[in-house]
Structure formats: structure tokens, C-alpha cells
Design a protein around this ligand. Structure first.
Ligand SMILES: Cc1cc2nc3c(=O)[nH]c(=O)nc-3n(C[C@H](O)[C@H](O)[C@H](O)COP(=O)(O)OP(=O)(O)OC[C@H]3O[C@@H](n4cnc5c(N)ncnc54)[C@H](O)[C@@H]3O)c2cc1C
Length: 460
């Protein structure tokens, strides 16, 4: 068993952990990043599948994501815009596809009026919420004890309006059934992106991509750390106390003054803590769970939809693939569509054989783009639910009532153990931007703690 000693050990080489490690290094501290997988990036993973470069995990950057935009610029990466010329497509309750432009789905005028009115109300509520402290809102408890679905249904009996309103934070973002999380959790999701309207606006939330893939961010951050990033090192146990921490993997022991747990909170229980974490953390962590979405990639010889005047932006709360976009790579002659199958629909298609699942998914895409969508040259499903070191997508959220009950303790350090992950973020919550923000925050808190503690016995 090899042994190393550092000032800070970081568990997880995703965007959060690698950001923290770089900040700590810049502050003059030594670090070791222990990563369970054989690669860095976590939920950022750009790979070549059957000759097609695919963003298996996160990929889009939106204009409000300053922490991510700063990292992209500082790392010397280039961005490009998502293709968006032409009409969008909406499939309504009648199963018919309708072309539209702008943000409002082509629904009946009465439904449109209901959607507009409730959207305005939601924007006002979101504006009152501090995304970093949603539990501090005077109505936090009231809003955290009504489901997102029930709150919407109490506003209107227009089912199509409810489905379209519920969609943005539910199926499309938290990727959980809308009866399983609260109004407050939904408002946090919207507040983390600036407003409910921002979240609904695909041109905002899915604005830019990085040339060469978003995994370039963690790859370049890791490059700077060199040998201090150790792959294939799942941390099995973490001893902690007043004198620091010791992490043990299958073949390595790392001792440090501080640790940062930089991975999804659903995985905290994979580590044996000695002594156990406090009661509050034991309880809180059980109320956080991952959403579940399949990201489907379909590559065609040409972006055939463009010739039909379609942008490929497509939505329907009635379709298996509830949203889809043009995801053609920068400078690529072939055309790529990306679509998403969420929560209970994802459970359902995983009951089928791989062939049947592919057929059902491509048939759903064909409802937006016609029969040509049924014959991609490359087809791939990102299934993060079966990834041992992630266990779902996109990220974790609280169950009913959990956010106001536990939220304030989400990022509170436990002795020398600090926490950083996109799933704990306020601004940038569930996004790479949030992961980077949490990485900066954990590193800054440790630097402050070391400064406050003064010189150690060894004089450093
Ligand atoms: C399909 C998909 C699409 C997405 N789309 C977008 C998007 O378009 N835009 C966007 O901004 N965000 C998107 N996201 C979300 C974004 O990718 C994540 O929020 C972000 O990458 C999380 O970063 P992180 O560092 O907090 O955690 P992670 O990326 O999960 O990194 C944690 C790391 O810790 C490691 N680890 C876990 N346990 C241990 C252990 N015991 N020992 C050692 N290592 C361990 C894991 O292997 C992992 O590498 C998407 C996510 C998915 C899955």
C-alpha cells in the first residue's frame, strides 16, 4: 500500500474537484485528486463512438454561467452556437406536429393565455428566491410541502398548459416525475438559471458548445495538476478528526489536513467514514436522489431537417422523446440530433430489448422530423443510470420537503471534510457552472480555514 501526504485531498476528478484542486495549488497548497474512474471529467465525457464525436454527458453553456464561461476562456477554449435557424416543432395532444417560431408552443389561444399568466407569476416568485438560499424565503416551508404538479393543477384545469409548464423544471431539468418534488425545488431550478422564462428558452439555456467538447474543461484542468491526479482510485474509507484526514483506496493511503468530497451526494454512502458522519448528514443525504434521463444521439449523413426549414428544436410533453435539438458538431458535414427520454419514460424503455428501445425512440424522433429520422448511421444512448460512479442524470435533488428541512446544511463542512458538486450549487445548480462555483467555494473555505488556524507545528 503506497502512502502519500498532501495539504488537501480531493475525492472526484469532475469539474468541481479539479477546479478546487487548481485553486488550492495556486494558493500554495499541495493536493492529490483521487478519481474512481479511469478518466477525468465525471459527468463530462466527450468520446468517439463509431466515428462520431459525441457529448455523452454535459455539453451546453448558457449566457448567465459566468463561472463556466470564465473557465472556458481561461483554458483557451473556443465556443460555437447551437444551430437554430428555421422552425421549431411541437407535437400536441392530438399527436400532430406543428411548426412554430419563438418561445411559445403553438397551443390554443386560451391555453397560451394560461401559460403566459402562470409563467409571469412563476417569474415573480423566482425573483424573490436567492438560489444560494432558497430555504430562507418566508414561504419556503409552504412551497416545499406542495408538489410541483399539485401546485400547477391548483392554478388551472387546462391539462395541456400544466404539462407544458411542468415540463421545463420537471421532465427537462430535474428529470423526475413532477409529483415527486416540490414547488420550492422547482423554483430553485429556475432561480439557478436566473428566471423561469430563461429555463424555458432553449436559445438561452442551450446557447453555446465548446469546440472539441466540454470535457476539454476537466481535461485541461487535470493537465495542470499532472501526477497529482490519480485515476482508478475509488476511495473506500475516510478517517477524519481534529488532525486531518486519511483516505484509503485499494492500493493507496493519502493523508491530508483537509478533504473535499467532490462527487454526487448519492455516492457519499459508498465511503466508510471513520468515525461516521454526524446524524444530520446521515439523514440529509438520504433525502437527495438522482434524476434519470437518457440522452440519445442519432447521426445522419446530412442534417436533412435543415433542408425542410427546421432548426430541429422540438418539444412535446406527449412524446417519448420530450425534447430534441440539432447537435451537429462544429465543422461536421454530417448531421446529429440529440433527444432526451426522461424519468418514468426512461424506466419504461429500459424494460424493452435494446432493439425495441431504439425503434421506439427513433419513431418518436420521426414524429418531429419525418421518416428520415428513423435511419441514423450512428445511434447511441447515454445511460448514466448504469454508471456506478454517477447513478443517474443529470444530478441530484431533494425529495418532498427536503430542501427547506436540510438545504441550509448542504454545503456545511464536517470537521476537515468539505463538500463540492454541481448538485449542491445555488446559481448553476445541476450544471457545470455550479460544479465550478462549488469547487471555487470549497477551496476558498479551506484556504480561509488554514489562514485562521495559523502556522502548524511543522512551520508551514
Ligand atoms: C447526460 C448529461 C447531460 C448534461 N448536460 C449538461 C449541459 O448541457 N450543461 C451543463 O452545464 N451541465 C450538464 N449536465 C450536468 C453536468 O455534467 C454536471 O452537473 C457536472 O459535470 C457535475 O460535475 P461535478 O464535478 O460536480 O460531479 P461529477 O462530474 O459527477 O464528478 C464527480 C467525480 O467523482 C468521482 N467519484 C465518485 N465517487 C468516488 C469515490 N468514492 N472515489 C473517487 N472518485 C469518486 C466520479 O467518478 C466522478 O468522476 C449534464 C449531465 C449529464 C449526465
Amino acid at each position: 500500500m503506497a502512502e502519500i501526504t498532501r495539504d488537501v485531498l480531493i475525492i472526484g476528478a469532475g469539474a468541481a474537484g479539479l477546479t478546487a484542486a487548481n485553486d488550492l495549488r495556486q494558493a500554495g497548497l499541495s493536493v492529490a485528486v483521487l478519481e474512481a474512474r479511469d478518466r477525468v471529467g465525471g459527468r463530462l465525457w466527450t468520446d468517439v463512438i463509431e466515428g462520431a464525436m459525441l457529448e455523452i454527458g454535459g455539453q451546453w453553456v448558457s449566457p448567465d454561467q459566468d463561472a463556466l464561461k470564465d473557465a472556458i476562456e481561461e483554458l483557451g477554449l473556443e465556443t460555437y452556437s447551437r444551430y437554430r435557424d428555421g422552425d421549431s416543432v411541437y407535437v400536441g395532444p392530438d399527436g400532430q406536429s406543428h411548426r412554430f417560431t419563438g418561445e411559445m408552443f403553438p397551443v390554443a389561444p386560451a391555453t397560451e393565455a394560461v401559460i403566459a399568466e402562470i409563467t409571469e407569476r412563476l417569474d415573480a416568485m423566482v425573483a424573490e428566491i436567492d438560489p444560494d438560499r432558497p430555504w430562507a424565503h418566508p414561504k419556503a416551508e409552504e412551497w416545499d410541502t406542495v408538489t410541483w404538479d399539485a401546485w400547477l393543477r391548483a392554478r388551472t384545469d387546462d391539462d395541456e398548459a400544466v404539462r407544458n409548464l411542468a415540463f421545463a423544471t420537471g421532465t427537462a431539468m430535474l428529470t423526475k416525475p413532477t409529483h415527486s418534488f416540490s414547488l420550492l425545488q422547482s423554483l430553485l431550478m429556475a432561480a439557478s438559471a436566473g428566471s423561469y422564462s430563461n429555463l424555458v428558452d432553449a436559445d438561452f439555456i442551450l446557447d453555446k458548445r465548446v469546440v472539441g467538447g466540454l470535457q476539454q474543461v476537466p481535461l485541461r484542468l487535470a493537465e495542470r495538476l499532472g501526477d497529482d491526479v490519480l485515476l482508478n482510485q475509488p476511495v473506500r474509507s475516510l478517517e477524519w478528526g481534529a488532525n486531518g484526514v486519511t483516505a484509503t483506496t485499494d492500493d493507496l493511503t493519502v493523508s491530508a489536513r483537509y478533504a473535499i468530497l467532490a462527487h454526487a451526494p448519492v455516492l457519499y454512502s459508498r465511503i466508510s467514514f471513520v468515525p461516521p458522519l454526524p446524524r444530520r448528514q446521515h439523514q440529509m443525504h438520504q433525502h437527495l436522489s438522482m434524476g434519470f434521463v437518457i440522452k440519445v444521439h442519432a447521426v445522419y449523413e446530412t442534417p436533412f431537417w435543415r433542408a425542410q426549414g427546421l432548426s430541429a428544436t422540438a418539444f412535446s410533453p406527449y412524446e417519448l422523446v420530450h425534447e430534441a435539438y440539432d447537435n451537429t458538431n462544429h465543422g461536421d458535414e454530417r448531421g446529429t440530433l440529440v433527444g432526451f427520454v426522461s424519468d418514468a419514460n426512461a424506466d419504461g424503455v429500459f424494460e424493452l430489448s435494446a432493439e425495441e428501445r431504439k425503434e421506439r425512440i427513433l419513431t418518436s424522433l420521426s414524429h418531429y422530423y419525418g421518416d428520415e429520422a428513423k435511419n441514423p448511421v450512428v445511434y447511441y444512448e447515454s445511460d448514466w443510470g448504469s454508471e456506478e460512479w454517477t447513478r443517474g442524470a443529470y444530478a441530484a435533488s431533494f425529495d418532498m420537503g427536503g430542501l427547506h428541512r436540510y438545504g441550509a446544511d448542504l454545503r456545511t463542512p464536517v470537521g476537515p471534510i468539505h463538500f463540492a458538486c454541481s448538485d449542491l450549487a445555488g446559481a448553476g445548480y445541476q450544471h457545470v457552472d455550479g460544479a465550478i462555483r462549488m469547487g471555487h467555494l470549497a477551496a476558498a473555505n479551506i484556504v480561509d480555514a488554514i489562514r485562521d488556524a495559523g502556522p502548524t507545528e511543522s512551520g508551514d
